[in-house]
Design a protein around this ligand. Structure first.
Ligand SMILES: NC(=O)c1ccc[n+]([C@@H]2O[C@H](COP(=O)([O-])OP(=O)(O)OC[C@H]3O[C@@H](n4cnc5c(N)ncnc54)[C@H](OP(=O)(O)O)[C@@H]3O)[C@@H](O)[C@H]2O)c1
Length: 240
């Protein structure tokens, strides 16, 4: 049996990814706050201290079992609060950093810790964004977290070259998708997010892919041969 572990698999892209891997015969485990599925584990990435013991319990149990392959998709993220951090509640800013950066790194790092010595094929794909490479006014937390995660993944890829049983690391840019995250963007106030009208236009002109289409692209990328540490765009494997 093959194992797929996904963070933020309760809705949006993560949910479509869990469905795709389940349909391909993987045993799927997803971590999220709402945890709506039989294979869900309830966890809150905004609190790394509370999240770590939950993760450890479940990863210890999973690592004790025999698997043919491990696929991990680090997908959970949040755009809230949108707007300049100096105008936002500092605890909301801290929670965002914890979700998008601190806990995302701990999620990948704990998985490596628990599975490093396993001889089977192991791959971790971090869901990145165009925001890792481009600055958008109002998204300083999100842009910097995604840029930082891209760097973390590239650097771990280099570290893994020294391991006898390396984990393959990838950054995947999903492109824009029709999920709750895009709905939140469109509901932003112009003062917080000056490009709001452009994102409303993108939705109205049918530019957003469905999460299911993108999940198919993520699956294709993870199945293919890539150099560890690479950044791959879903648009490169899907027709326009
Ligand atoms: N949508 C886009 O156009 C777009 C574009 C580029 C990149 N991305 C990236 O694609 C990925 C998926 O985004 P999406 O659009 O599918 O977002 P979404 O619909 O908002 O889903 C986000 C997922 O993250 C989980 N999550 C959020 N906060 C959490 C917390 N505190 N603890 C644990 N889990 C948490 C949510 O689960 P719960 O609410 O149940 O906790 C949910 O499953 C993200 O990494 C995003 O940055 C999206």
């Amino acid at each position: 049996m093959k194992l797929a572990i996904i963070s933020g698999g309760s809705k949006g892209l993560g949910k479509a990814i869990t469905e795709k891997y389940a349909s391909e015969g993987y045993q799927v485990v997803e971590f999220s706050r709402s945890a709506p599925l039989p294979h869900s584990v309830k966890i809150d990435f905004s609190s790394p201290e509370n999240m770590l013991p939950v993760l450890d319990t479940h990863l210890t149990r999973l690592a004790e079992q025999e698997w043919e392959e491990l696929v991990v998709i680090s997908n959970a993220a949040s755009l809230d609060p949108i707007g300049p951090t100096s105008k936002k509640n500092s605890l909301a800013v801290l929670a965002n950093i914890n979700i998008n950066y601190t806990s995302a790194i701990l999620f990948m790092s704990e998985i490596i810790k628990h599975f490093q010595e396993k001889p089977y094929h192991k791959i971790i794909a971090s869901i990145s964004s165009g925001a890792a490479l481009k600055s958008y006014a109002g998204w300083s937390l999100y842009c910097s977290a995604k840029a930082g995660l891209d760097s973390y993944v590239r650097t771990v890829a280099v570290e893994q070259e020294y391991e006898p049983h390396p984990v393959i690391m990838l950054n995947i840019d999903p492109g824009v998708m029709d999920t709750d995250m895009q709905a939140l963007i469109r509901s932003s106030h112009q003062d917080d997010f000056p490009m709001v009208d452009y994102f409303i236009h993108r939705k109205n002109s049918g530019e957003l892919r469905s999460p299911e289409q993108v999940a198919g692209g993520v699956y294709k990328i993870v199945q293919a041969e890539h150099k560890s540490g690479e950044r791959v765009a879903v648009s490169s494997v899907l027709s326009p």
